[in-house]
Structures are given as structure tokens and as C-alpha cells.
Design a protein around this ligand. Structure first.
Ligand code: SF4
Length: 344
């Protein structure tokens, strides 16, 4: 049996019923085989387990797999979910809880239906997330939430901690969007510079602290986090590794920093990255370590070249003197731009 607590990940499939604008797994459809033997092997090294997808709640094998995992002695068995199937099928939710489900890892990408549904591409998905949060609270499940940070929701981030805390969420993770899959296709409108996003993200982390909501961030370079560097989670297992700019070579924080994604460096360059001392990480208590382990990430991502040109509509081309098929490169902010005081 494992000597210290750790959480294993089991993917059931890549099938999903949302159409998120930033989906890094777009195009994956491989079937995934799981069997009791795989769970037995994972149990030799892990105490906890998360099922991930796609959307694992769409897979008919899920209730049986949860039951098997609990019978093998996993002390916690969770589900990474977009919430739609579990909110709209109360019978499925009850079956999973009866099978031994202990926790949920839900994705919510804004504090309102306008913000969240825009990102998921599915009207009604925010309302279903709220329904699932209520259902999770009634069933006494631990619920954590991840928010992907994009150009569209960064100004809304500081509004989220009170909303999540009110609904019984135990912990929150901010994750700057990674330029893979659909996020690479829509790079120009989806991926913000760290200089633009981080002031809002750090303000949101401060709001979480004020509302006594445990919160972390993953996927931002340590030098962009200032005093919040202690809230940085390590890179998720199985996802593509980051790269470093020339300036990073002498950075004392490099051994602890996951760097940035190659496409980010290709588009924006590395002039935002500033070598500096590594701030110490405070030890977290047992309860918060358990919450941190629930943020398992999505693993493998689909590499595609970042698209920086957005086609102008034919009408706009006409207005511009008949120049159709004209393309626009969205503005790239200079290093020192972006709000210095993100308080609205
Ligand atoms: S300068 Fe480079 S290595 Fe140092 S914290 Fe920034 S991104 Fe990480």
C-alpha cells in the first residue's frame, strides 16, 4: 500500500458534451480501455482516484468503476466534470453517490451565465453547474472548481470567490489558458498575455483569501505571481512541458518554475519574464493538501500552430473599400501595459 497520500487519474474517454472555446483536447477521440486490473495496479501506489475525460459522466462504465475503486480501498474517488449530465440526470448523480463517489472537480469559467456559457459554447451550462453545486452540497461531497483564464473572463475573476464560497465550494484553481487545440486555433481572441491577465488573477486570489476560500494558480510563470508565488501548484502530470526564455537561464526560481508554453513564447516573446528570487512555499495543512490533490488537470493536449489572424467579415471588407479576405492581427500589448490596479 502507498506510504503517503496521492491521487491517481483514470481517463474513461475523450467524449464530451460541451464545446469549450479553449478545449485543448479537441480532435481526440481515442477509445480508452479500463479494467479492474488497472485499478488494482493504481491502488498499489495511490490512495485516491479521479476519473477524467472528456466528460466521464457520459460513460456507462462509470458507476461500476467507482464501485470497484471503493471496494479496492481507495479512500476518495472523484470525478472531473463539466456538470451537465450530472445536473440534468438526477438518477445518474444518485447512482454515482451510491457507488461511492466522494468528490467533484467542476469547471466554471465565470461568475455569470453570460461569461460561463460563452466559454463552454452551451447555453444553460452555468445554470446546470449551479444545480450540481447545490446537489453536491446536499450529498455532502467535497467540491472544487477550476476556472480557465482567457481574454474574455479575466476582468470577471475577482467576482468569483464570494459566489463559489456561498455555494459550498471547498477550493478554487485559476489556470491561464494553454494554447493547444481550439485555444491555438483561436489564439488571438482567447489567449491573454500574462501582463494583461495576472493583475486580475492576483486580485481574484486576494478576494479568495478575504472570503476564506482556499485558492491556487497553475500554469503561470513564477515571476508573474509576486507575493502569490506560494499559491502556485506544480505543473499537472502528463501535460506538455513548458519552455524558458533566454533570461530564465540565470533565474534562481527556475528549479521551481514550469516556464511557459512554447506557442506563448513564440507569439509574445520572453520579455515579460523577469528572473528573481524564489519565494519560499509555506507548508499546507493536511486538509488543504487533500484539496490540492483534487486538481488533477486534463493531461494530454493536442498541439496545433497558434492562429493569430482573424478574418474580417466580407461586409467589413466592403466598408474598407472592397478589400475582401483582409485579415487583422489583434493587438499585442506592450510589456508594461495592462491594468496596474485591477480593482474595478
Ligand atoms: S524568469 Fe523564467 S524561470 Fe524565472 S520565474 Fe520567470 S519564467 Fe520562471
Amino acid at each position: 500500500m502507498p506510504s503517503s497520500a496521492s491521487r491517481a487519474i483514470v481517463r474513461l474517454s475523450f467524449a464530451c458534451d460541451n464545446a469549450c472555446v479553449f478545449c485543448g483536447q479537441d480532435g481526440r477521440a481515442d477509445a480508452v480501455e479500463i479494467g479492474e486490473q488497472q485499478l488494482v495496479q493504481l491502488r498499489e501506489h495511490h490512495d485516491e482516484l479521479s476519473f477524467v475525460g472528456g466528460e466521464p459522466a457520459l460513460d456507462a462504465r462509470l458507476p461500476g468503476a467507482i464501485e470497484t475503486a471503493r471496494a479496492l480501498g481507495f479512500s476518495a474517488v472523484g470525478l472531473q466534470t463539466n456538470g451537465w449530465a450530472l445536473a440534468t440526470q438526477p438518477g445518474l448523480f444518485t447512482a454515482l453517490v451510491e457507488a461511492g463517489l466522494t468528490d467533484l472537480h467542476l469547471s466554471i469559467h465565470g461568475p455569470s451565465a453570460e461569461a460561463h456559457d460563452f466559454h463552454t459554447g452551451r447555453p444553460g451550462s452555468f445554470a446546470n453547474c449551479l444545480e450540481l453545486l447545490a446537489r453536491g452540497q446536499r450529498a455532502n461531497l467535497s467540491v472544487v472548481v477550476t476556472t480557465i483564464v482567457t481574454r474574455s473572463n479575466l476582468r470577471e475573476l475577482p467576482k468569483m470567490p464570494p459566489m463559489l464560497k456561498r455555494r459550498g465550494v471547498s477550493a478554487w484553481l485559476l489556470q491561464p489558458v494553454r494554447p493547444y487545440g481550439r485555444a491555438a486555433d483561436g489564439f488571438a481572441r482567447i489567449v491573454p498575455r500574462f501582463g494583461m491577465a495576472m493583475p486580475w488573477a492576483l486580485h481574484a486570489l486576494e478576494q479568495a483569501r478575504r472570503h476564506a476560500l482556499s485558492a491556487w494558480i497553475r500554469g503561470a510563470p513564477l515571476c508573474s505571481l509576486g507575493p502569490f508565488a506560494a499559491a502556485a501548484l506544480p505543473a499537472e502530470a502528463g501535460s506538455p512541458p513548458g519552455v524558458y526564455a533566454a533570461a530564465c537561464a540565470q533565474c534562481p526560481a527556475k528549479p521551481r518554475c514550469a516556464g511557459v508554453d512554447p506557442a506563448y513564447l513564440e507569439v509574445f516573446g520572453g520579455s515579460e519574464l523577469r528572473p528573481g528570487p524564489a519565494r519560499p512555499i509555506s507548508p499546507f495543512d493536511h486538509g488543504r493538501q487533500k484539496l490540492m490533490r483534487m486538481f488533477v488537470g486534463v493531461g494530454e493536449l493536442v498541439e496545433r500552430p497558434p492562429q493569430l489572424r482573424t478574418p474580417v467579415s466580407p461586409q467589413a471588407g466592403d466598408e474598407a473599400g472592397g478589400e475582401t479576405k483582409k485579415s487583422l492581427r489583434l493587438p499585442v500589448l506592450p510589456n508594461d501595459s495592462g491594468p496596474t490596479d485591477p480593482v474595478p
